[in-house]
Design a protein around this ligand. Structure first.
Ligand code: GDD
Ligand code: MN
Length: 373
């Protein structure tokens, strides 16, 4: 194999392996929650765009939370849905009058982050914690809010998110990807903070969300970017394994969905890199390596493969093809395959970002029906 190909492939695989090995010691070092003596007031914000099929399912999910009713309020921010989402929400509220629910209707759709910021402007004065949750997600435990509050009462913690567990047709592939990424998120959180948050459950101290100016509207991954800015302010932004969310997967267009989300993460990391010098000492390597892994590392793989194939073409011999055969055989090993697929998704996402940022994305049908029918 040519020296260049060997060097590039070693960098591509070596950096994440070294990072993983370095973080492993943090996996078990959990952040301790505080004891909760009095419950702070929470606003749960649900952004919706054409969610008539799922909005009642999501409201039922929030309704199951064991949290003092007078200390919680749900705010739906809808961006001009045309499928009757709002009517369903009103009907649901009529049947559950004991949960405080406000519905904000935006006259035009300007994207999820705009909608979230509209909700921030409508908060009552006594709200201390804001929880963002996507309609296509379910919180596994009725104590989710209580658990998040227990972490947020720690003065050093500014934001809390969940680990994810996928449901739906592509569960196998997504499951392998999630196992690996959940471990990374937890280890980063235990080390200091993670720069990747999840829209299925993202809780913030209100004062910090206001201090960073709300959610960014020029990029996707609004949740991850807000959490990163909280971490840049010196407060920890953590994912913890006792808060678990299930996420419905799209029935079709799984790859397109992954590409869009990768586009959003890449936008977030490019924007965050400019803020790197402000990062607290413990956060700097995490942010730098995650940005590198999402933005640059996939291209190193492509460069390595291209120079390897070029060297075979220039100098065809049997021995040179052995790494190729080993590499192809390894593709049957799911974590390796998942990794390689992710690299191509990230490259496609970078290229698509040159054309569109996908800030108001197409709504995909989710797998709820296929599980319960
Ligand atoms: N109000 C409003 N306006 N809500 C919107 C809009 C909009 O323009 N676009 C989407 N939403 C709502 C959806 O109805 C849903 O409740 C939520 O935002 C997330 O939309 P999905 O279509 O499910 O997005 P996703 O699963 O691909 O991405 C989500 O997860 C990512 C990773 O956790 C989003 O929350 C991303 O922001 C997040 O980074
Ligand atoms: Mn979703």
């Amino acid at each position: 194999m040519s020296i260049i190909a060997f060097a590039l492939l070693s960098i591509h695989f070596g950096i994440p392996v070294a990072y993983y090995a370095m973080l492993r010691r943090f996996v078990k070092r959990r952040v301790a929650p505080h004891e909760v003596i009095s419950y702070p007031k929470i606003a749960i914000v649900i952004p919706t765009y054409n969610e008539a099929g799922l909005i009642e399912w999501k409201l039922d999910d929030v309704y199951k939370q064991d949290y003092p009713r007078d200390k919680m309020e749900v705010i739906i921010v809808d961006s001009a849905s045309i499928d009757g989402t709002i009517d369903r929400a009103f009907e649901w509220h009529y049947r559950h009058p004991d949960l405080r629910l406000r519905i904000i209707q935006e006259p035009i759709r300007r994207g999820k982050a705009h909608a979230l910021n509209a909700a921030l402007k409508m908060l009552e004065n006594d709200v201390d914690i804001i929880v963002i949750t996507d309609v296509d997600s379910k919180w596994l435990d009725s104590n989710t809010l209580k658990k998040a509050v227990a972490y947020l009462l720690n003065p050093s913690i500014g934001a809390v998110s969940c680990v994810k567990s996928p449901i739906g047709e592509s569960k196998g592939v997504e499951g392998v990807y999630r196992d690996f990424y959940n471990v990374l998120r937890i280890a980063e959180s235990n080390a200091y903070s993670t720069p990747i948050f999840h829209g299925e459950f993202a809780a913030f101290k209100r004062e910090l969300l206001e201090a960073i100016g709300g959610f960014p509207t020029d990029i996707g991954a609004d949740d991850s970017h807000a959490a990163t800015k909280v971490a840049l302010m010196g407060y920890r932004a953590i994912v913890t394994d006792d808060i678990v969310c299930e996420e419905l997967l799209p029935i079709k267009s799984y790859i397109q969905w992954r590409v869009r989300r990768a586009q959003h993460l890449i936008q977030h990391f490019i924007k965050s890199l400019r803020l790197l010098r402000k990062a607290p000492r413990e956060f700097k390597p995490i942010l730098l390596i995650e940005a590198y892994l999402h933005v640059f590392n996939p291209w190193i793989l492509l460069g390595g493969l291209a120079s390897y194939l070029a060297s075979i073409a220039l100098n065809p011999c049997l021995i040179m093809t052995i790494p190729l055969i080993i590499g192809l055989a390894f593709l049957s090993y799911p974590p390796f395959r998942t990794w390689v697929v992710m690299q191509f998704i990230l490259m496609i996402a970078s290229l698509r970002n040159l054309r569109t940022r996908e800030l108001s994305w197409r709504k995909e049908a989710k797998a709820l029906l296929s599980i319960f029918l």
